[in-house]
Design a protein around this ligand. Structure first.
Ligand SMILES: Cc1cc2nc3c(=O)[nH]c(=O)nc-3n(C[C@H](O)[C@H](O)[C@H](O)COP(=O)(O)OP(=O)(O)OC[C@H]3O[C@@H](n4cnc5c(N)ncnc54)[C@H](O)[C@@H]3O)c2cc1C
Length: 300
């Protein structure tokens, strides 16, 4: 680890941080430090960081906007990479749109709708980055990334540039099968022509529907569990009496049971205890196995 730190320090200078707390980089506002943390500003930077970590056999991962993550209280061992602002660009060429992985999902939706391009309206209100959205096959209201993505560009675990077509990405419900530690740098989409005013109206409609069903005001990471086939995680959690259930500073929202909220000072282990409790209670009383949508990362 020390050798990697020296090598990265020589290349990145003050951009390399050690023992960098991650709580403020997550929507849950929870989580311990990353051993090494660097913000990269170019493909070359990213390749350098990944290749060095690979050489020293130190684990590396990419952090998006942290809106789907529960980072452990002990933090993350190894290197955490964040894409800087230069990965937030968008190029539109007819129906083909290339978007940098660090661009905010909402900003992408707004920009394409403004250009009268259809296919991404479902993403209105999904927080996070385009890269995180790709990894999670983010979706809502019947739409998902899988339908509009053509190519995914990125850097492999050993620091090489690589592009994957949508079949290699293997999209499924809120998951993808990317190569281990693959870092996405930009995503190509193929959209359709639409009527700008109709697209705007659809976005406003989805915004209103989302506002009505999502808890507001307290830090959270969106839906905790995926919806099991033919059912709703929120309904199952409510049926076993967990709506509003509390563990230390964390609680299932009283507004929507499939959200865990940070009431203030929640620890990752408290959130995890609620997740474990919910899984065992729902399994016992309904036989359904709930699969977390939120990703647990770091040392547990
Ligand atoms: C209030 C709220 C509402 C939400 N609503 C929805 C919704 O309607 N639909 C939905 O699908 N999700 C929803 N989410 C969940 C979350 O916003 C999405 O999963 C989002 O796409 C995650 O993006 P992110 O940038 O925050 O990724 P992160 O949470 O930072 O990371 C998620 C995963 O992606 C990886 N990752 C991130 N960026 C990269 C990259 N560039 N290269 C490689 N790996 C990367 C991370 O390592 C991690 O494994 C919601 C969350 C909140 C807080």
């Amino acid at each position: 680890m020390i050798a990697l730190e020296h090598e990265l320090k020589a290349h990145f200078g003050a951009r390399l941080e050690t023992a960098r707390p991650l709580a403020d980089l997550t929507s849950f506002q929870i989580g311990g430090p990353a051993d090494l943390f660097v913000t990269v500003e170019s493909d070359a930077d990213l390749m350098t960081a990944m290749a060095a970590a690979h050489r020293y056999q130190i684990p590396a991962m990419c952090l998006g906007a942290g809106t789907n993550l529960l980072v452990s209280d002990r933090g993350v061992r190894g290197l955490v990479v964040k894409l800087g602002d230069r990965f937030s660009r968008m190029v539109i060429d007819g129906l083909n749109v290339t978007v940098g992985a660090a661009m905010q999902f909402g900003a992408m939706v707004e920009a394409v709708v403004d250009r009268g391009l259809a296919g991404l309206e479902f993403g209105e209100g999904i927080p996070g980055t385009v890269g995180g959205g790709l990894v999670m096959n983010a979706g809502a209201f019947g739409g998902e990334m899988a339908r509009v993505v053509t190519l995914v560009h990125g850097v492999t675990a050993d620091g090489a540039a690589r592009a994957l077509n949508k079949h290699e990405v293997n999209f499924a419900y809120r998951r993808t099968d990317l190569p281990p530690r693959f870092v996405i740098t930009r995503v190509d989409f193929e959209l359709a022509y639409g009527e700008r005013e109709e697209l705007r109206a659809r976005v406003i409609d989805l915004r209103t529907r989302r506002a009505a069903r999502q808890p507001r005001g307290l830090p959270n990471a969106g839906s905790v569990f995926k919806n099991p086939p033919g059912n709703f995680a929120g309904r199952l959690l409510e049926s076993v009496g967990l709506k509003g259930a509390r563990m230390g500073g964390a609680a299932f929202s009283g507004q929507h049971a499939n959200f865990i909220v940070n009431l203030g000072g929640a620890r990752a282990e408290e959130v995890r205890a609620l997740i474990d409790l919910a899984r065992s209670r729902v399994m016992e009383s309904t036989g359904v196995s709930l699969e977390p949508e939120v990703r647990l990362i770091g040392e547990w």
